[in-house]
Design a protein around this ligand. Structure first.
Ligand SMILES: Nc1nc2c(ncn2[C@@H]2O[C@H](COP(=O)(O)OP(=O)(O)OP(=O)(O)O)[C@@H](O)[C@H]2O)c(=O)[nH]1
Ligand SMILES: [Mg+2]
Length: 448
């Protein structure tokens, strides 16, 4: 099995529908098609729709699979960068399976997830960051995440990476010349050049890194754990956020035992709320198990809403609940509840009541705490990209420090080369085929 095999997959969802799209790509695509339709594939124009009878074997007119549209794409003009055929047939499962089985019996193999995109990458149709953006585009659940993925796909962010790489290559080339021909003695000028290039590059890289960090929230959503002592109003808050009676609310402390989850989209971001069992020392066995789940929810959350009532200060509250270690450095918002009964608490980040008209102030606080911008910045779509950008930013900071410490240019050069290879990794220039398939394409859906 290699990346150069002719592959086939259904691109549309595997359910009964009006139409299904089947895609085939690889060097044998046209030969295989030729055995299935009456038309001479050599005479078919690429990128034109042909209405065809599609047979298991065109010489056996009793083996008709369906009549539908067929489009050919030649080599580089296709998504995958290899000869490709797309079939638009009726969306019956029987037709789709018959068609796929026939294509396989004639020499194609079923594609793995992401293999069409992997081909596109290997054939130079796109770099890795763009390929990842396609996957994010398919998975986007909000307009904002779709817009972000489209922006990355347009390639502005990867153009910025390519420009940075070029600038770094220029610097290292000049340093190399200087080391090989020291008589030119441009050492000092070179440091100056590095000084001119690196700070601007660092600003750009940090913008891209921030954008990439935010994209995590755009695509994965924000996990919010609602915690606090029993009876403080956690479930009431969850229900108010969701606009439905999802969790049971009673005046009896210890009502919630299991975690109750609910999602809410706010300004294009999906927030996943986790209402938890109230934390207290004197809990029965069932509650005890619930509290364990609460600790787990805290660990998995991006941000915590710590609810409390009456006059207890927030820090005392954390200590009282023995949570300092679990919460650690996680963003934590202190929410004073039942304002209608107890007034506001100035030590809290916000005071709320179940009768509040809306919860906009609370949502704004969450957004601010996580540095989620109102509008998406440019950046990249995956954790892989974010990790590499982080390393890149650190290297650039290291170079700035070296210059301040008057370190010699040959030492600076090593970091410049490391920074360049970060960018290569980002674009997928230096990794092996297997590495890239495993880290990037394996997670795509079949047919992409
Ligand atoms: N007056 C008033 N009562 C509230 C408010 N929020 C919650 N309550 C009441 O407080 C009681 C407990 O509320 P819950 O939402 O069940 O509290 P909880 O934190 O989920 O409690 P456990 O699940 O037991 O940990 C209920 O009787 C609610 O009606 C509020 O803002 N004002
Ligand atoms: Mg509850």
């Amino acid at each position: 099995m290699t990346i150069f095999d002719t592959i086939v997959a259904e691109c549309t969802s595997p359910y009964k529908s009006a139409l299904s799209v089947i895609r085939m790509a690889g060097k044998d695509a046209f030969t295989i098609l030729d055995k299935m339709i009456d038309k001479e594939t050599e005479k078919m124009e690429p990128r034109r729709c042909y209405y065809c009878s599609i047979y298991k074997d065109k010489n056996d007119k009793g083996s008709l699979i369906d009549r539908g549209l067929v489009v050919l794409f030649k080599g580089k003009e296709s998504f995958a960068g290899e000869d490709s055929v797309e079939f638009y047939v009726h969306g019956s499962r029987i037709i789709v399976e018959e068609l796929l089985d026939t294509l396989v019996s004639l020499g194609a193999r079923r594609a793995l997830g992401g293999e069409f995109s992997a081909k596109a990458y290997y054939n130079g149709k796109m770099d890795l960051t763009e390929a990842e953006a396609i996957n994010q585009l398919v998975n986007a659940r909000t307009t904002r995440s779709k817009d972000f993925a489209l922006k990355t796909l347009e390639g502005n962010s990867s153009l910025a990476i390519k420009q940075m790489k070029e600038a770094l290559n220029m610097l290292t080339a000049e340093i190399e010349v200087d080391i090989d021909y020291p008589e030119f003695d441009e050492g000092k000028d070179l440091i100056k050049k590095v000084e001119e290039v690196v700070p601007g590059m660092l600003v750009k890289a940090q913008t891209l890194l921030n954008g990439s960090r935010q994209s995590k929230y755009l695509f994965d959503g924000v996990k919010v754990a609602i915690i606090g002592e029993p009876n403080v109003g956690k479930s009431t808050l969850l229900n108010k956020i969701l606009g439905e009676e999802k969790a049971i609310v009673t005046p009896i402390p210890g009502t919630t035992r299991d975690i109750v989850e609910g999602e809410k989209e706010i300004d294009g971001i999906i927030y996943k709320f986790f209402d938890t069992a109230g934390i207290r020392k004197e809990a029965d066995m069932i509650e005890e198990l619930g509290i364990k789940k609460t600790y787990q929810a805290i660990q998995e959350a991006d941000v915590i809403l710590l609810l409390f009532e009456k006059g207890s200060s927030s820090e005392e509250e954390i200590k009282k609940l023995g949570l300092s270690e679990i919460i650690n450095n996680k963003p934590c918002i202190y929410v004073f509840t039942k304002r209608d009964l107890n007034g506001t608490d100035t030590k809290a980040d916000i005071s709320i009541s179940k009768d509040d008209k809306d919860l906009l102030n609370l949502f704004n606080l969450i957004r601010q705490r996580l540095n989620i911008a109102q509008k998406e910045e440019e950046g990249f779509a995956t954790q892989r990209d974010e990790d590499i950008m982080e390393r890149f930013v650190e290297l650039l900071k290291g170079i700035e420090k070296d210059i301040r410490d008057q370190i010699t240019i040959d030492v600076v050069e090593i970091k410049l080369i490391q920074a360049t290879s970060c960018l290569d990794e980002m674009l997928g220039v230096e990794s092996t085929l297997e590495d890239i398939y495993d880290t990037v394409f394996k997670h795509f859906c079949v047919g992409k």
